[in-house]
Design a binder for this molecule. Structure first.
Ligand SMILES: O=P(O)(O)OC[C@@H](O)[C@@H](O)c1c[nH]c2ccccc12
Length: 262
């Protein structure tokens, strides 16, 4: 089994447990469930930098990144830096995150928030809404075409934006449908952890222009962004490069200034 398969096996158990503890009716009663969401898609369309900054404590590829920060400081730091949106890993076992991180970020910033999760069940989309997310991630590598349709349509009915992530041509072909807002190319292969910006460059031409294109992972320099922009990318998802520093907000501020100056 590769790491992605393992994550999905664990995720199914976790979701079943959660479902038995908190029924859907309770999620729907959450104060945040009826909150008006903020669109990451339109923020990206109107932005020059297109930076989406991530909160990530650890990862299977890098092990520990940073456990000494608090989410509140990271979220308000990113907001002050002028990022377009924030991504919050909510997986506990492999990424050290939680739904509480999402709640804290929601209380600390008025940015569009992406629930970064391995979504395999409609329940997790209701959870995303109940805990204050504006956007969900769907990973083509772990979903069928029918699931992508079902999950993205449910998200749209809740006014959540949908980011669909692909890593190769096959995943892209099965995924393209009108209920998606943004298409992300993950430069990291989640099965082998190999990272290459060429993945974004190669797949970009196959993504129809109606979707906002995002390049994800392994971005650590403003030069990389300049290199990707001519391929039509409007969004850039950056985690480790900011999170490995003592002050991710400040790192993002410097990065965005450098990008504007280039
Ligand atoms: O830390 P990086 O290399 O900047 O990557 C951020 C983000 O793209 C990465 O965390 C990610 C992209 N897709 C995912 C899916 C699941 C978990 C994590 C991810």
């Amino acid at each position: 089994m590769n790491i992605l398969d393992k994550i999905v096996v664990d995720k199914r158990k976790e979701v079943n447990l959660r479902k038995s503890l908190i029924p859907v009716s309770q999620l729907e009663q959450s104060i945040l469930f009826n909150r008006a969401t903020i669109s990451l898609t339109s923020n990206l369309r109107n932005s020059k930098s297109g930076i989406i900054a991530e909160h990530k404590r650890r990862s299977p590829s890098k092990s520990v990144i940073n456990y000494s920060l608090n989410v509140q400081d990271v979220a308000s730091g990113y907001e002050n830096a002028g990022v377009c949106g924030m991504s919050i890993l909510t997986d506990g076992k492999y990424f050290g995150g939680s739904l509480d991180d999402l709640l804290v970020a929601r209380a600390s910033a008025s940015l569009p928030l992406l629930r970064k999760e391995f979504i395999i069940d409609e329940y997790q989309i209701l959870e995303a809404k109940a805990y204050g997310a504006d956007v969900i991630l769907l990973i083509a590598a772990i979903l069928t075409k029918a699931e992508i349709k079902l999950f993205s349509e449910l998200a749209k009915s809740l006014n959540l934006d949908v980011l669909l992530e692909v890593h190769n041509e096959e995943e892209l072909h099965k995924s393209i449908m009108p209920s998606l807002d943004m298409l992300g190319v993950n430069n990291r292969n989640l099965k082998t952890f190999e990272v290459s910006l060429d993945t974004s460059k190669q797949l970009s031409q196959l993504i129809p222009d109606d979707f906002v294109k995002i390049s994800e992972s392994g971005i650590s320099t403003v030069e990389a962004i300049k290199e990707l922009q001519p391929y039509g990318f409007k969004g850039f998802l950056i985690g480790e490069n900011f999170m490995k520093t003592d002050n991710p907000g400040e790192s993002a501020t410097i990065f965005i200034k450098d990008l504007a100056g280039l």
